[in-house]
Design a protein around this ligand. Structure first.
Ligand code: NAI
Length: 209
């Protein structure tokens, strides 16, 4: 199946497969059937077979899936072996937490620069990277050519920065800012994160137990 034919629903499930398989690999599990995988992950066995068939199967009748191989293959599909140069904009509470705790390198990204407009933050280290003043963004991007940006600034400040980053060659945004990047830049990749959506989903669950 051509890459573009794979549904977004399948792509969205891949990180979860990758996480579970990684845990199993670390626990020393060598192979697993789609039935066992389904019990652990909460997807049906036929769903799992269908999903993995999109990428060429990786399983053998009567043997199941080789955990290490499947983990590696899904990692390749997700691109975790790549090192996309990444900048983070907004070194406030959220930006620092994301920069400090997210293992970018294990997920296909290399965080190379952190920027903020607050001069008082300039030079402070987060994850061994100095916070740079936002005025240096143009030169930094021209010299280092990052392709990904993490936006941790308020939505009302995101438009100008996003336009500039797109002009400077950024093609993907991990967007915490509540600004609708996709509506203004339909040709870049955007992954919006709204923790409040997750919290409200929990609210629905507890109110419907
Ligand atoms: P904060 O006020 O601690 O940090 C914001 C930082 O962005 C400040 O250091 C500020 O100087 C910097 N900043 C603002 N405009 C800038 C610009 N044009 N260029 C460079 N730096 C700029 O706020 P916090 O708690 O870190 O939250 C940041 C944003 O993320 C907020 O707008 C908040 O609504 C949003 N947020 C989103 C969440 C999500 O799940 N998507 C979760 C939590 C916060």
């Amino acid at each position: 199946m051509a890459k573009n034919d794979i549904s977004m629903a399948v792509i969205k499930r891949l990180p979860r497969y990758y996480r579970f398989l990684g845990e199993m690999k670390r626990a020393g599990v060598q192979r697993i059937s789609s039935g066992e995988l389904s019990k652990r992950m909460g997807f049906t066995a036929s769903q799992i077979r269908q999903d993995l068939n999109c990428f060429g199967g990786f399983g053998q009748q009567g043997y199941g899936y080789n955990v290490a191989q499947l983990y590696k293959e899904i990692g390749k599909i997700l691109g975790v072996d790549k090192k996309a140069k990444t900048v983070l904009i907004g070194a406030g509470n959220l930006g620092r937490a994301v920069a400090a705790h997210m293992s970018f390198e294990e997920r296909g990204f290399n965080l190379i620069g952190i920027f903020d407009k607050n001069e008082a933050l300039a030079g402070q280290l987060v994850r061994n990277l100095p916070i740079r003043h936002i005025d240096g963004l143009y030169d930094f991007c021209r010299d280092n050519a990052p392709t990904v940006a993490v936006l941790c600034i308020p939505g009302e400040h995101a438009e100008v920065i996003t336009d500039e980053l797109v002009r400077l060659g950024v093609k993907g945004f991990w967007n915490f800012s509540h600004y609708d990047i996709a509506a203004h830049h339909p040709n870049v990749a955007v992954e919006n994160v709204h923790l409040s959506d997750s919290l409200m989903t929990l609210s629905y669950y507890i109110n419907n137990l």
